[in-house]
Design a protein around this ligand. Structure first.
Ligand code: ZN
Length: 244
């Protein structure tokens, strides 16, 4: 049997402790909710990490033992230490998968990896979101129908200032009329990056089965592929054939 996928779910974990209504939606925190459904998959082992832990719970050792990292942050992106951001970026370039959720679009690590502002238009009105599957053959869309709906969501609209995705798996439509590239795949170095928009903290979005399916699929998709070409050290090398 294959080795289990070592998953680390990172959350800033502030809204849930500071706001009772949000704490009621996610009593174990957003990281706890995501960790719980991923932990039920036989091929995954899950670790949780949060902002207020030493080194945000993302020490060199933890990251070395992480195959796929999930990232949820919102109000404290600026509190994330740049050294930790450097460390996560390096691990992605080495092959660690990274799944950036919802307001993580403005995290230091996502902006670093994208190289753009990652700004977007938004509205918090509790409206309906219809998530359209653009690439039904993609591993992240496995098990989904043509679309699924989130009854109450925060609107994220275009333009979303990201580089063109390598693969656009989902596009969302909102009751207010906007559209948004809500499921975007990228390769950075040896690592795979997936951005998934749904997940505003005041709605039970991570309790919804289609959302859980997407995140579970994304973890499997983002798992590192071992490569003989690693590590990339930029070595000076002799020619393979004799040169004149
Ligand atoms: Zn939000």
């Amino acid at each position: 049997m294959d080795k289990k996928i070592r998953v680390t779910v990172w959350n800033e974990y502030l809204h849930e402790v500071e706001d009772a209504a949000i704490g009621a939606v996610y009593p174990q925190g957003i990281h706890g909710a995501i960790g719980e459904f991923l932990g039920q998959e036989g091929d995954m082992e899950v670790r949780l990490a949060t902002l207020r832990e030493e080194e945000h719970g993302l020490t060199e050792e933890v990251l070395q033992q992480t195959d796929v990292l999930l990232w949820w942050g919102h109000k404290a992106h600026h509190e994330v230490d740049d050294q930790v951001v450097d460390r996560v970026q390096r691990r992605v370039l080495e092959g660690m998968g990274l799944i950036v959720l919802h307001s993580g679009h403005y995290s230091k690590i996502f902006k670093r990896l994208m190289g753009t502002t990652c700004s977007l238009r938004w509205r918090e009105a509790g409206e309906k979101e219809r998530v359209w599957v653009i690439e039904p053959g993609h591993p992240i869309a496995q098990g989904l129908d043509h679309y699924f709906e989130i009854p109450h969501t925060e609107m994220y609209g275009e333009r979303f200032d990201i580089p063109e995705p390598d693969t656009l798996v989902f596009v969302s439509w909102y009751a207010g009329g906007e559209v948004f590239r809500s499921g975007c795949c990228y390769q950075r170095g040896f690592g795979k990056v997936f951005y998934f928009a749904p997940g505003h903290e005041t709605y039970p979005i991570y309790h919804q089965k289609e959302v859980q399916q997407v995140i579970t699929n994304a973890v499997r998709w983002a798992r590192p592929i071992p490569s003989q070409a690693m590590p990339l050290t930029g070595d000076r090398v002799p020619p393979l054939e004799p040169l004149d």
